[in-house]
Design a protein around this ligand. Structure first.
Ligand SMILES: *Cc1c(COP(=O)(O)O)cnc(C)c1O
Length: 478
């Protein structure tokens, strides 16, 4: 690990440990390059970096990645400790910084987001999706002394409500860092017009929650790189099973692993995945070379938004089947979207899979079920659009609430990405804090319902929607 923020003198005692660990690192690189890189997506999702050799050498042969509920690692002597804490050798030192369970979680995500990408990726686990976003953008907002004027960044206005708050309140209001919102992300000129010499990065959520906004990743990445800045994407709604922005030029991906990546809903977790040698106009050591490790071993060591090892193992367990779950839930959602699109009590449906959606063609160029062409079921590439949709109930906000209150099987909750169908009204929940003006900018009317379709039989979800729409029309309150 080349990461170090001080000058450590390496003694001969330390060197002994460094030499031994270099052999481990060489073995790991060899395993990745000669084996893992040849595997299909599902095999990586199931095993990640955790090998039979790891299990037997270090973990009593346990076939499942162990949950290491320990705060820290003990060292053989002061030389090993000094080498570890100077990041000269791989270390678990202290669980705020590193832990074996979060290590396997990080590698699985780095490998999945980097699937099909020719370069290398690395990952830093975080306690939540919000802390992933914070951890990913913060390094680019540092005051370098060389920057005249205020710092700014450019971001899609169609984004998760928490992201909107983080950028608006925490950065703009509290720190005077300007967030320049892009209202029509599919319009490249709008992005271009907002960039100047003080812009530190471009940020885009796609598909966006809940409006299903989308943009041309390759073009926006090219634009960013022409200004020597990175493109950061929130790819939570798609998961790497359907979209891998790094393969299309993005520099960094943030994931709320809480959502579809761990559909069981056992807890909150997040991750940053970055390509090595990313683009940035900042001259900060280590930042460009290995952003994932820079955040993990320097920034987040000092800020502390770390993931709990138990949560890492729970999420790993969910991620093993992410491809087949995203396929199934996307297909169910397509059926539900078609049903809603034809329902007289529904004003409009936003789902990228519907051919008449204005962004359908653009999304169809990017959203593919990974490895469908190798799947016995399909044998050819197939588009999949995820399991999030939104729709507007005919008759306005009150009718929408009546419909919502009449749902019986679908859960009313501010959640998404679950194996269970969940609905919310964004204007009174996830996007409530940003106020009317912020919602108008992001395109979130008061009668919009966000629905995330789970793995139930779609007929049962359709029946629930149908009865609730019927009761709302008749004015039946519960
Ligand atoms: C939920 C969500 C987040 C925030 O993630 P948490 O894990 O809840 O902190 C960020 N982005 C998107 C798109 C989300 O849906």
């Amino acid at each position: 690990m080349a990461l170090n923020d001080n000058d450590t003198i390496v003694t001969s005692g330390m060197q002994k440990y460094i030499d031994a660990n270099n052999a481990y690192l060489a073995g790991r690189a060899d395993y990745i390059n000669t084996q893992i890189r040849k595997w299909k997506f599902d095999t990586i999702a199931v095993h990640g970096l955790y090998s039979v050799r790891d299990a037997i050498d270090d973990y009593q042969g346990a076939i499942i990645e162990p949950a290491f509920m320990s705060t820290s690692q003990a060292y053989r002597d002061s030389d090993e400790m000094a080498a570890a804490l100077a990041y000269k050798i791989p270390t678990w030192c202290y669980s705020r910084i590193a832990n074996p369970s979060t290590y396997y979680y990080e590698w699985t995500l780095a490998l999945l987001e980097g699937y099909g990408f020719a370069g290398e990726t690395s990952c830093c686990s975080t306690s939540s999706g919000m802390s992933a976003i914070m951890s990913a953008v913060q390094p680019f907002l540092q005051v370098t002394g060389k920057t005249p004027g205020a710092i700014n960044f450019v971001a899609t206005a169609q984004c998760y409500g928490g992201t909107f708050q983080q950028f608006t309140v925490r950065f703009m209001q509290e720190r005077n860092i300007e967030c320049r919102w892009v209202l029509n992300a599919e319009n490249l000129d709008e992005w271009a017009q907002k960039i100047d010499g003080n812009t530190r990065f471009l940020y885009g959520e796609l598909p966006s929650n809940p409006q299903l906004g989308f943009f041309d990743i390759e073009k926006v990445a090219d634009l960013a790189h022409s200004h020597n800045i990175p493109l950061i994407c929130d790819s939570t709604i798609a998961t790497p099973a359907l979209l891998r922005p790094i393969c299309h030029g993005a520099d960094i991906v943030v994931q709320s692993v809480t959502k579809s990546l761990s559909s069981s809903g056992f807890g909150i977790c997040g991750a940053i995945i970055a390509r090595k040698n990313l683009t940035s106009n900042l001259a900060v050591e280590g930042l460009k070379e290995d952003f994932g490790l820079y955040v993990k071993f320097l920034q987040n060591r000092d800020l502390g938004p770390n993931l709990h090892p138990m949560q890492a193992v729970l999420a790993l367990n969910d991620m093993r089947t992410v491809r087949s779950k995203m396929d199934l839930m996307s297909r169910n959602t397509m059926q539900v979207a078609r049903f809603l699109g034809e329902h007289p009590e529904v004003e409009s449906v936003q789902y990228l899979g519907l051919p008449d959606h204005p962004l359908h063609d653009l999304a169809s160029r990017y959203m593919w079920l990974v490895d469908a062409e190798q799947d016995e079921l399909y044998g050819k590439p197939v588009n999949r659009y995820g399991h999030l949709l939104s729709f507007c109930v005919a008759g306005g906000a009150e009718r929408a609430r009546l419909f919502f209150d009449n749902l019986q099987r679908i859960w009313r909750a501010t959640d998404l990405g679950r194996i269970k169908s969940v609905a919310t009204i964004p204007a009174i929940s996830t996007h409530q804090q940003q106020g009317e003006e912020g919602r108008a900018m992001a395109g979130i009317p008061t009668h919009m319902v966000r629905l995330c379709v789970g793995a139930e039989h779609p007929d049962d979800i359709i029946a629930d929607l149908d009865q609730a729409l019927g009761k709302a029309k008749k004015g039946v309150s519960v």
